[in-house]
Design a protein around this ligand. Sequence first.
Ligand code: ADP
Ligand code: MG
Length: 157
Amino acid sequence: MKPANPLIIHLNDEIATLNLGERLAGFVQPGTVIALIGNLGAGKTTFTKGFARALGVDETSVTSPTYLLQQDYTTNRGFLLHHFDVYRLDDPDEFEALGVGETFDNGGVSIVEWADKAIDSMPKNTWWITIHHAEDGLSRTAELQLPEEIQRELNEA
Ligand code: ADP
Ligand code: MG
């Protein structure tokens, strides 16, 4: 499922990160799981805000759930958006104990910040997005590993 060549997208500013989330929301289907990897402050929640906005969720309600591991939002597409932030996870078993297996399969769309901390719990067909600080120290670079046809469409747009 992981294409050999990830798609690299430069994100010049916060708006670009929001827009990437917004664009990706146009491709998801019920059951899609998106894993976000990147250091603190990389832009994972920013991406999630843009993504949520495109699904009719009030983006100001999307925050880093510091104490909550999971936050659910009703979208205008008939499915729920499950937003996880597993930064504070000490033990990957804790994530399993939340019942994520069932949550991923319940017909909603899931986004998991810090998914690298729970890598064994992520489904095989997960979409992987890694956000790095770019060399200028200000902007960001996103590395996307999505289904090939979606990468192609994003690349051509
Ligand atoms: P994370 O969830 O990865 O910890 P956040 O999404 O909270 O990170 O973002 C941290 C900061 O980075 C925010 O102030 C946001 O405005 C900023 N930011 C997001 N994307 C970019 C970008 N492409 N270029 C510069 N700053 C960005
Ligand atoms: Mg965050």
